[in-house]
Design a protein around this ligand. Sequence first.
Ligand code: 0A1
Ligand code: ZN
Length: 862
Amino acid sequence: MADAQTATQAPNVTRREDYREPDWRVPEIALDFDLDPAATRVRTTLWVERNGTHDRPLRLDGDGLTALNVKVDGAEATGWHMDGPNLVVPLAGSAHTIETEVEIAPERNTQLQGLYASSGMLCTQCEAEGFRRITFFPDRPDVLSRYKVKLTADKTRFPVLLANGDPIAQGDLEGGRHWAEWHDPFLKPSYLFALVAGDLVANRGSFTTMSGRDVQLGIWVRAPDLAKTDHALAALKLSMAWDEKVYGREYDLDVFNIVAVDDFNFGAMENKGLNVFNSRYILADPDTATDYDYDAIAAVVAHEYFHNWSGNRVTCRDWFQLSLKEGFTVFRDQSFSADQGSAAVKRIEDVRGLRASQFPEDSGPLAHPVRPDEYIEISNFYTATIYNKGAEVIRMMATILGPDKFRAATDLYFDRFDGTAATCEDFVQCMEQAGGMDLTQFRRWYSQAGTPRVSATLAQEGGRARLSLRQLVPPTPGQPVKEPMVLPLKLKLFGGFTGRPMCDEQLILLKEDAQELVFENLSETPVLSINRGFSAPIVIETNRTAKDLAFLSAHDDDPFARYEAMQQLMLDTLVTSVTNGSADHQPVIDAVRNTLTDSALDRAFVAEAVLLPSDSFIGDQMALVEPEAIFRAREALRQDLGTALEGEWRAAYEGSLANRFEYSPSAKGARRLKTVSLGYIAASGAADADELAFEQFSRADNMTDRQGGLTTLVNGASPLREEALEEFYKRYQGNGLVLDKWFQAQALSAREDTAEMVERLSAHRDFTLSNPNRARSLIGAFSVNQRAFHHVSGRGYRFVADQLIALDKLNPQTAAKLIPPLGRWKRFDAGRAAKMRSELERIVASPGLSKDMFEQASKSLD
Ligand code: 0A1
Ligand code: ZN
């Protein structure tokens, strides 16, 4: 394995402060591929220019490459040498032409970085450092080049040949081969290079840009999947129009192609003019994709498209600036999705995701700032912190500046840095300049890791109320002491008696460790609504009573704050129940009844609001996580809610029985509430619950309902459970993306014996570690199932460690992403902690461990 790393070797750490401009620039590159799965020849010509005055040689990154031939200015070169994997060429002048030739074997590339084979096609993944697995090159994002690419391949096996930019020419050759040439007129870093060769068909469309240019769109898939591409194509057109309207950004090439591939380490990739997607984020029809899938497809299509400006036209100077493109682009895709349906529900989903993935990261051994200071393997930094906390940081700047100044600031940023590689600092300076404000202290959001905690205490003294705010940023690895952050808090007071707002919403900036606010002339007891819309990504503790929270859950005029009040009420109840063995469920029951029966509310909102916090989120609130006690407390509350409100759940269920499938916000909301209600009916222990679930499962005309019925049954013990699993399996055998759901449903089951079942499933004939989606659907899903993964025997830990050690041999990137659940050992009792640690130690000691896994597992032991 190219990047094998043993525990005894000192890991090579890359530091942000060591950044230096490249020694050589490469304004132009020509690539000539003779494609063959077993042996692909790559002939590369680089036009290089010395950058500044120095006498350093040209260093070209390589990974697993052997130089077959090196020429300088047309003549065979002799002075070159290899320095480890890299090629070093001494050069005398200030500008030269370098030619290299290598041979690579895409069909043996199981890491899925560089050029690899997937379901009969050849495709590439170059971010972050995959281009060096294809050819020798200064593989860093601040080396920007103009690319010409020629592809030659067998015409029968690979009738379609795609690369970045615009198609220039094509032709046939003897022996059944053919070729195509593509030119990309835009400067780009090597991580945005892409090619695809395969037997593909396209769903074609077109888009006329705001300046009247026609763009040809193509969603490329294998022929049987063509019927599942309409949604992605529609989402692409919506994204193109949205970016023009909201950010004034127009598309810039004559073609925009997207290709779906089955084996992919991440979600998708924004290669210039040729996005490559994990097929799960392209393929959809009602029978195989859930509403969640439909939404995710639109969001990922938008995300990759938006990168054309935030990422491609303006790229990153170095990988420490990754959030410059990712945080901003996530913010952009979140805003896009909010504009397509209910903004409130979208915000709730995003915050739920942040709390499920980023908050635990920020409080664990892998915590890092939005702009990290060092890394061993950059692939490990495609994290929820870079992406989702990064998006929150942009959102806070947008909140502080207001919409007009924020737009002026992004215009300035795109204008000033178009065609260059920029930094997070550059972005913040544009915000400062166009916003007319000083963001010196705000910059700590880029440098300090950890989720700030704020305590907000409201005290009333007659007609005045005093709000005391205190912030604390917890220590994180390498950052024991923190400075106070700038926290934009939207707040409002409501009259506890009349329910009327007592003031307009205010935006206050908490900048000090402690700050006080006084409200005068209050005619009744105020109730505090704070961090409305989740204006700052923090944990907030207030002195609000169960009564206050119930009141806000019914009366707050910010839907997010309403949701939040309900969640807090549920959390307080559940934490009390875990700590004391029981709690008064009545306030939650009453609040849920209120929301459930409020016919003015959007069904999708209701479905979100009545859902109990997850086991893991409850665990995150506790000093020590007790998986079984948490599970029992949550089940007890679920059961009481189910029983006490059985009539209401049934009414909601029946009210949501839509006749025919339709993908619209209201139909989605109805389906969501239907399955949530079904879950509560099942929790009540109603005699007919299993039949109801099975009926929903078997009569469904869409995957959302079918999966809802299935997962309800999978959590239980009815004989219908096996029947449904069997039926589902038979129906979708051969459809990889749907089989992933089958594995995942079982891995997420709330049953006592889930660990055992997951072990058995790992031996199933359809289980394989070589497909990342499949590996994640079983191993990834199981390790976030708190009750099952943390089974007191430690069998869950052992199983996951075994699987990750095996996966690391094939695909280090995907394996390393699955380490974090094992790294949470500090949060558990001594018995569990010791078992988790010993699995991490076993991983670190395994022979031939990748540096990806080494970094994640060894840091997790600290
Ligand atoms: N830039 C992509 C994410 C991505 C990162 C690394 C990859 O390589 C394995 C693939 C994709 C995005 O933000 O969508
Ligand atoms: Zn991205």
